[in-house]
Design a protein around this ligand. Structure first.
Ligand SMILES: Cc1cc2nc3c(=O)[nH]c(=O)nc-3n(C[C@H](O)[C@H](O)[C@H](O)COP(=O)(O)O)c2cc1C
Length: 399
C-alpha cells in the first residue's frame, strides 16, 4: 500500500486486506537476516519471481446469470477431507520468524479444517506438534542421514499420530541462497557486529525470540533437549543426502503404511516414475525458487504433469501463490489443492496463529469471490475451459 511518497504499513487486522499487506507487515517486523531467509530465492531469484508470474499468464472466463448461491470449497487430498484446497507448506525454522512457529501454523490450519505440513526442519518437535494438532496430520520428511535416522523420523511421526508422509526430493544439496549466506543464516551461521545490530533494531522480534528461543532443528536434538543452532548445524551437515535416488523413495514408500506424497517434482517423466513407485500424490514444486534457479515455474510444469498422472494420483502445486485467483487458476489447470509457503510466514510474523489464520481468511474470501464472479459454485467443478491464456501484444503466449 503506498500513498504519495510514504508507504503505509498495515498492522491491524482490519487493514490487512491481501497477502501483499501481510508481506509489508512482516517485512517491517523481521530483522533483515530473518527476512532474507524467508524471502530470498536461489541465485538471482529468477525462479521465485517466475513462479508468481506464471499464475498471471491465465485470465478467467466470466460467466453471468449463473444463479450461484455460494461456493463450495471442500476437497479431499490423498484421502484426507479438507475444508479448503489450501495447505500450509512445510517450512523449516518457522520459530525464527515468531516463537509460536509450528504450533501457530497447526492451530490456524485446524481453524480452517485444513493441514499445516510439519517440516523435518521444524522448531517444535514431531511429538510436541503431534500432541497439539488434529490427528492424522501431514509430516514432511527430508531423507536425511542414513536409513537409521530416516527410519527413526518415520517411526516418530507415526507414533505421534501423523497420517500422511510428504517426502521432499528436491534438496539432495542446498541451492545457492545468497540472502541466507550474506547474513549468516545458512549451514555455517555467523554473527558480525553489523548483523547483530540488524537483529537488535527489531525490538518486537527480539522480545519474542528471547522468550521462546526456537531457533534449532527440534527433531535433530537429543530427546528432551531444545535444539540450539550449533548442535543443529552439526547434525544437519552430516545428514544431507547428495546421492538420494529412486531406491530411497521406494524404501520410504514401503516403510510408511499410510499415504505418501512426493514433493518437489517438476518433470512429467519423474511424476510417472513416482507414481510407478507407489506414491499417492505428487506436489509440483521448485521449493519456492530456492533450489535450481532457472528451472520451470510451477504453474507451467503443472499442466504436463496433470496430463500424465492426474488420473492416477492427486496432483498438488506450490510456488508464487499469492491470491485467490492464483488458486482458482491452479485448480482449473488440474491441481487438487495448493500449498502456500511464504504467505503463511508473513501471517506468522505479523500476528502468530491469528496472523496465519488471517492469511487463510483472505485467500478463502478471494477464492470464493473469484469463483462466484466466474459463475462457478464448487471449486472442484473448475476445468481448463474456465481459463483463457494471456497473449502479449505481439501475439505470443505469456507465462
Ligand atoms: C523459509 C522457507 C523454508 C522452507 N523450508 C522447507 C522445508 O523445511 N521443507 C520443504 O519441503 N520445503 C520447504 N520450503 C519450501 C516450501 O515448502 C514451499 O515449497 C515453497 O515455499 C512454496 O513457494 P511460496 O513460498 O512461493 O509459496 C521452504 C520455503 C521457505 C520460503
Amino acid at each position: 500500500m503506498k500513498i504519495g511518497p510514504f508507504a503505509i504499513v498495515p498492522t491491524r487486522r482490519g487493514q490487512l486486506m491481501n497477502v501483499a499487506d501481510y508481506r509489508a507487515g512482516a517485512r517491517r517486523r523481521l530483522p533483515r537476516p530473518v527476512w532474507a531467509y524467508v524471502e530470498n530465492g536461489a541465485d538471482d531469484g529468477r525462479t521465485t519471481e517466475a513462479n508468481a508470474r506464471a499464475w498471471r499468464g491465465w485470465e478467467m472466463r466470466q460467466r453471468v446469470l449463473a444463479g450461484v448461491r455460494g461456493v463450495d470449497t471442500a476437497t479431499s487430498v490423498a484421502g484426507d477431507e479438507l475444508g479448503l484446497p489450501i495447505l500450509l507448506a512445510p517450512i523449516g525454522l518457522a520459530g525464527a520468524v515468531r516463537g509460536v512457529g509450528d504450533l501457530g501454523a497447526a492451530e490456524a490450519a485446524a481453524r480452517h479444517s485444513t493441514r499445516a505440513i510439519l517440516s523435518t526442519g521444524s522448531t517444535h518437535s514431531i511429538e510436541e506438534v503431534g500432541r497439539a494438532a488434529t490427528p492424522g496430520g501431514w509430516f514432511q520428511l527430508y531423507p536425511w542421514g542414513d536409513r537409521d535416522l530416516t527410519g527413526s523420523l518415520i517411526d516418530r511421526a507415526r507414533a505421534a499420530g501423523f497420517g500422511t508422509l510428504v517426502v521432499t526430493v528436491d534438496v539432495p544439496i542446498v541451492g545457492n541462497r545468497l540472502g541466507e549466506r550474506r547474513y549468516g543464516m545458512n549451514s555455517e551461521p555467523w554473527l558480525s557486529p553489523d548483523v547483530a545490530v540488524r537483529y537488535a533494531c527489531r525490538t518486537g522480534w527480539m522480545l519474542d525470540a528471547a522468550r521462546h528461543r526456537r531457533f534449532g532443528l527440534a527433531n535433530l536434538s537429543e530427546p528432551g533437549r531444545r535444539g540450539g543452532i550449533a548442535e543443529s548445524v552439526r547434525r544437519h551437515a552430516v545428514a544431507m543426502r547428495p546421492d538420494l535416488s529412486w531406491d530411497d523413495l521406494a524404501w520410504m514408500r514401503d516403510r510408511w503404511d499410510g499415504p505418501v506424497v512426493v514433493k518437489g517434482v517438476l518433470d512429467a517423466d519423474d511424476a510417472v516414475r513416482a507414481v510407478d513407485t507407489g506414491v499417492d500424490g505428487v506436489i509440483v514444486s521448485n521449493h519456492g525458487g530456492r533450489q535450481l534457479a532457472g528451472t520451470l515455474p510451477t504453474g507451467r510444469a503443472l499442466v504436463d504433469i496433470v496430463d500424465r498422472v492426474g488420473r492416477d494420483v492427486d496432483v498438488l502445486v506450490d510456488g508464487g501463490i499469492r491470491s485467490g485467483s492464483d488458486i482458482v487458476a491452479a485448480l482449473a489447470l488440474g491441481a487438487r489443492a495448493v500449498l502456500i509457503g511464504r504467505p503463511w510466514l508473513y501471517g506468522l510474523a505479523v500476528g502468530g496463529a491469528e496472523g496465519v489464520s488471517g492469511v487463510l481468511d483472505v485467500l478463502d474470501a478471494e477464492m470464493r469471490r473469484t469463483a462466484h464472479l466466474m459463475g462457478v459454485s464448487a471449486l472442484r467443478d473448475l476445468t481448463r475451459d474456465h481459463l483463457v491464456r494471456v497473449e502479449s501484444e505481439v501475439g505470443e503466449l505469456v507465462w
